[in-house]
Ligand binder design. Structure first.
Ligand SMILES: [Zn+2]
Ligand SMILES: [Zn+2]
Length: 261
C-alpha cells in the first residue's frame, strides 16, 4: 500500500535542489551534507498524498500507535509540525514544534519519515546526485540528506557502499569503520556472516556504540535486489542483531514488533 502511494505520486510541484557541481563539492569537501545548507522547503499539503497512506497503515498496528498517529495528524494539520522537523539530518535545527513533544515513539516517527518522505527527498536531490563522487566524502552519514546509512553493500568493486533509505543516496566508507561512531578498531568491530542459502548476507556491528548495519556482498549474491528490497526482505537478520543487543539507526518493521523471547 505504501509502495502504491509511492508509484502513484508525482514530484511535479515539489522543490528540487539545483546546485552546480562546484557548489555541491565545496560542501562535501567540508564534510557538510547538502541538506544543511540547502534545506528543502516542502509545502506540507503537497506531501500529504504520500504521508496519509503511511499514517493510515501505521495506525492499524495497535491502539497506542493509532493514538500517536492521531496526535501526529493533529499537529501536522495545525502547522505545529513541519516537514523539515521530521528530517533526521536537520530536525535539531528546525523551528516550531519538536516531534519529541508529541509523545510518539521515535521508532514510529521515523517510520512516518522514511515511508512518507522518501520519494519527495529522492526527487529533491535527483539533480545533484550526478555531481557526487565517493572520493570526496569521508563520513558515516548521507552526503545528501545527512541521515545515517540503512544498509551496506559490498560492491563488485570490492568497496563498501553505504545506502540511505531516506533519499536513496549512496557513498563509500572504509571496510573497518563504524559509520555511527567512527570506531576503526578491528577488535571491536563484529561481522556476522550468513551461511548456506543465505550466504552473502551480513550484519556488521560495532561493540563500542552497539550500532549495526545489514548488508549484502554483491560479489557472492550478484543477483541481489536494491538495498531497500534486500533490507525489507531480511527481517530475520535484524532479529538476530537485536537479540545480540545491537540497535539500528533507521526504521525496520522489527522495531515495531515486541521482542520475542
Ligand atoms: Zn540520504
Ligand atoms: Zn560504533
Amino acid at each position: 500500500m505504501v509502495l502504491d502511494a509511492w508509484s502513484r505520486w508525482s514530484p511535479a510541484g515539489l522543490p528540487t535542489l539545483r546546485w552546480d557541481p562546484e557548489a555541491c563539492q565545496e560542501r562535501w569537501s567540508r564534510g557538510t551534507s547538502l541538506i544543511l545548507e540547502g534545506p528543502p522547503r516542502f509545502d506540507p499539503e503537497s506531501l500529504e498524498p504520500l504521508l496519509l497512506p503511511v499514517l493510515d497503515e501505521l495506525s492499524t498496528i495497535g491502539e497506542g500507535e493509532a493514538e500517536a498517529i492521531s496526535r501526529f495528524a493533529e499537529a501536522w494539520d495545525a502547522g505545529r509540525l513541519t516537514p523539515v522537523a521530521l528530517l533526521p539530518g536537520l530536525g535539531s535545527r528546525s523551528e516550531g514544534s519538536r516531534p519529541d513533544t508529541l509523545e510518539i515513539s521515535g521508532d514510529l516517527l521515523s517510520f512516518v519519515t522514511y515511508l512518507g518522505l522518501r520519494p519527495a527527498l529522492e526527487a529533491y536531490f535527483a539533480d545533484v546526485k550526478g555531481h557526487f563522487s565517493p572520493d570526496i566524502w569521508d563520513a558515516g552519514s548521507c552526503p545528501f540528506c545527512g541521515a545515517p546509512p540503512s544498509f551496506g553493500d559490498l560492491g563488485e568493486d570490492g568497496k563498501r557502499w553505504l545506502c540511505c533509505a531516506l533519499c536513496g543516496g549512496r557513498w563509500t566508507i572504509g571496510r573497518l569503520r563504524c559509520p555511527f561512531c567512527d570506531n576503526r578498531d578491528a577488535k571491536t568491530l563484529t561481522r556476522l556472516a550468513a551461511e548456506g542459502p543465505e550466504e552473502g548476507y551480513l550484519v556488521e556491528a560495532c561493540d563500542v556504540c552497539r550500532g549495526y548495519l545489514k548488508g549484502v556482498d554483491r560479489r557472492v549474491r550478484w543477483n541481489a535486489g536494491s538495498a531497500l528490497i534486500e533490507d525489507w526482505g531480511t527481517p530475520h537478520l535484524d532479529l538476530i542483531a537485536r537479540r545480540k543487543g545491537y540497535w539500528r539507526a533507521t526504521p525496520s518493521l522489527i522495531q515495531l514488533a515486541p521482542l520475542e523471547s
